[in-house]
Ligand binder design. Structure first.
Ligand code: SF4
Ligand code: SF4
Length: 96
């Protein structure tokens, strides 16, 4: 097993740390009606249309922390449970 000094382990740990900084909502594509209501509300410009589908760029999503009390995409979306936390990734941690 590699030690902490192993460059590869360091790279992997670095990647995990970066992920913890950006925790994303995601859009369930099969439920999204492409109404575009969410797109202009994102304070981080994380939502965009790609080929007719609206997607959230995970690296830009901060769950609206520091901007709004609730995630704006989820609040605005007319389809329940379509803008949801991506549970495959860690929750956003606001800088201290
Ligand atoms: S939760 Fe907030 S920051 Fe994340 S995509 Fe939705 S509107 Fe943007
Ligand atoms: S508000 Fe909801 S249904 Fe409309 S584009 Fe965004 S995710 Fe899709």
């Amino acid at each position: 097993m590699c030690s902490a000094a192993c460059p590869r382990v360091g790279l992997e740990i670095g990647s995990l740390r970066r992920k913890e900084e950006y925790v994303p909502f995601k859009i369930i594509a099969s439920q999204c009606t492409s109404c575009s209501a969410c797109e202009p509300l994102c304070p981080n410009v994380a939502i965009s249309e790609k080929g007719g589908n609206f997607v959230i760029e995970a690296a830009k999503c901060s769950e609206c922390v520091g901007h709004f009390d609730e995630p704006q995409c989820a609040a605005a979306c007319p389809v329940d449970n379509t803008c949801v936390v991506d549970r495959a990734l860690p929750r956003y941690q606001a800088p201290v």
